[in-house]
Design a protein around this ligand. Sequence first.
Ligand code: F6R
Length: 261
Amino acid sequence: MEVVIQPTADALAGLAAAVVEGLARTKPDLVIGLATGSSPLAVYRALVRAHRSGTVSFDQARAFTLDEYVGLPDDHPERYRNVIRRDFAAHVDFAPGAVQGPAGNAADLPGACEAYEAAIRRAGGVDVQLLGIGTDGHIAFNEPGSSFASRTRIKTLTEQTRRDNARFFQGHVDAVPRHCITQGLGTIMEARHVLLLACGSAKAEAVRQLVEGPVSAMWPATILQHHPHTTVLLDKAAASHLQLAAYYRQVYEAKPAWQGL
Ligand code: F6R
């Protein structure tokens, strides 16, 4: 696990976007794992800018979102399929149907979960996965207690997550769905490169657990300590509880330029 601490969210986004852009150039048919929420927004803006300036294309790429609320109407602005289209996909050149998300409105939800796993497998797996982290340590919507071996399935959101996400529903926690479909921790662990972004002091404890805590289902993101290629991109506030922050800074500053993230 590599920890990179930068002064601003834009600096972090630039690093993450550069990884995706670099991969898109060497592997035009790359598979990107997309997160929703606030954390990846600056990355999407950077990728849209790069696309507009002609330095990157996604016309052969595919993408899979991490999760979806269950039961939001198709046209609800906070349905993650709509969010990802609005914030990213509509502004670049993905082919029609190339961006997929779990079917949170399917009549057969378990069947939809299996179909989603199969679609990721058929695409050859995820090359680069963007992640945020919840204040309770969730990644995707794998809440505390999630199995490290879990695959795409239905989960119940914690009250903490529903409160955290009420800001996307005009502050109404009751409007935040109770259930979701989420890729499992086992699914996410198969991504070849994980880029996790976290900003702000509200994330500091979850980040401390993720990077320096014991691996525990109580902090689901800690499973990433077992991932062979995870990059944790933090601002100063999110890194503020890290015991070895000075060391992570030294490592990054001394990193040979050829090495990349
Ligand atoms: C969203 C997702 C969540 C968020 C997490 C952090 O698809 O999977 O795990 O990444 O809740 O959300 P933000 O970035 O809004 O703080």
